[in-house]
Design a protein around this ligand. Sequence first.
Ligand code: ATP
Ligand code: MG
Length: 551
Amino acid sequence: MDGEKSLNFIEEIIEADLAAGKHKNILTRFPPEPNGYLHIGHAKSICLNFGLAKKYGGKTNLRFDDTNPSTEETEYVESIKEDVKWLGFNWANELYASNYFDNLYVFAKQLIEKELAYVDDSTSDEIAEQKGTPTTAGKRNKYAERTVAENLQLFEEMKEGKYEDGSKVLRAKIDMASSNMLMRDPIIYRIKHAHHHRTGNKWCIYPMYDFAHGQSDSIENITHSICTLEFIPHRELYNWFIEKLNIFPSHQYEFARLNMTYTVMSKRKLLQLVNEKYVSAWDDPRMPTISGMRRRGYTAESIREFCDKIGIARRENLIDIGLLEFCVREHLNKISLRRMVVLEPLKITITNYTQTEEMLSSENNPEDENTGNRQIPFSKELYIEKEDFMENPPKKFFRLCPGGMVRLKGAYIIKCEEVVKDTEGNITELKCTYIPESKSGSDTSGIHVKSVLHWVSAKHAVPVELRLYDRLLTVENVDAAEGDFKDYINPSSLQIIATAYAEPVLKNAVINERYQFLRKGYFCLDKNSNEQKLVFNRTVTLKDTWAKVNK
Ligand code: ATP
Ligand code: MG
């Protein structure tokens, strides 16, 4: 249809299912394991699962996949909830796979009763060995001969804590010759005497991922269970459990996970960056975590837009991080308040300015007139950016030079009359004159200049700290690079400017506001700010094409 985006393959499946009356409503789930903070890859999965439900009038559950007691923490649960909410989504139910430990235990006993599961005392090495290889069939061992009664009793004793970790497992009895290695009598329960963040010490046996995930979907009546491609081989097992237990037929669909250039995306690796202090925390603004991106100033809208733009694929690919930055810039351009901040000051004195000071009115955001104007003090002594002046400029240098003229943004045209130096020859100050009738908005000077510079009034300037970020990694595709990913960490991913000079309204900056520091990039206030010191993060640089002269 004209003007409408074509459907992706999951939407096609859902529309067909709805048309065939297979489901009245769809129910999806987002199933994070609470063993780390969410990253941009998870954002992709969140946007997909919640987005589909929204589009088709269904719902989405947030289910914590907390079947592994040793790696999960409540801190992660809280951060995950915060991130999903911040991205703009509401879940129908907050659920935990651990809520289903009783059900799963009953399911396991049902399989035993159907002679479809047995307790195995082999070591993990023995089990691996007996599994065979992709080209040779595996062999069942003597434990597979155990009777139903014997298995029921042993499984009960496993639950009661009679056995040590690793001394026994419960396995599904499927097919030791299957071409799918996961079907060769997979382990479904293991013994682990460990404290669980929600069930405490109630259990010392825990279900394996494959035994928990599909059944949790089924218990919740999930219609479309969407996961990433590496779970394709698990689908057969997912369906086998549902069929043998005769429970709600949830279906699994797979899409390609998001991989992005210059980014590591596994929680395990991100945890190393935190623990080994390559970054300050999970929400370090260089991290590809949702909390890091939020702190850096990315907006939820821009992340959703990015996820929408990349669409969903059935083949692995690598997305250019530049596309995410593009989405961030597009949104920030619309919503940012324009401010002037000088990073490296060069003092100028306007010798013919006879007033002490005046207030100049300037637009907060030319993209949004509702944001009104702000007042900027102008006075005899100003700071401009050091790099905006050259004593011996090359031909195409249009910024300030001896005898040259530029406009100060929202103020006047100035002319550089004299360069003042210290005894070592360093430039310490420029003496300039200004053209009184060139005031922005009422310019009658008739003078045309090729550059507009940002500036601040020296005595009104507020000292602030700026944190400028670069990519965390030095290679595009770190997963394809040789050696450890930490060998590719960019040593200059963080540059701190301890003192930059900001126009005074920035004293009132708040965390959720977004700013464009003219000619320098998009910035936001960092949570490390306090009464004494404001700290700003550079979210992203401006387009490289910034050059336009505007008054
Ligand atoms: P990681 O490998 O980074 O630790 P994970 O897959 O183990 O991630 P989970 O908490 O199990 O993390 O994932 C929750 C959901 O998010 C799953 O459905 C998973 O498929 C999805 N997901 C994780 N990483 C990505 C990614 N890079 N792109 C898309 N979806 C992802
Ligand atoms: Mg996982």
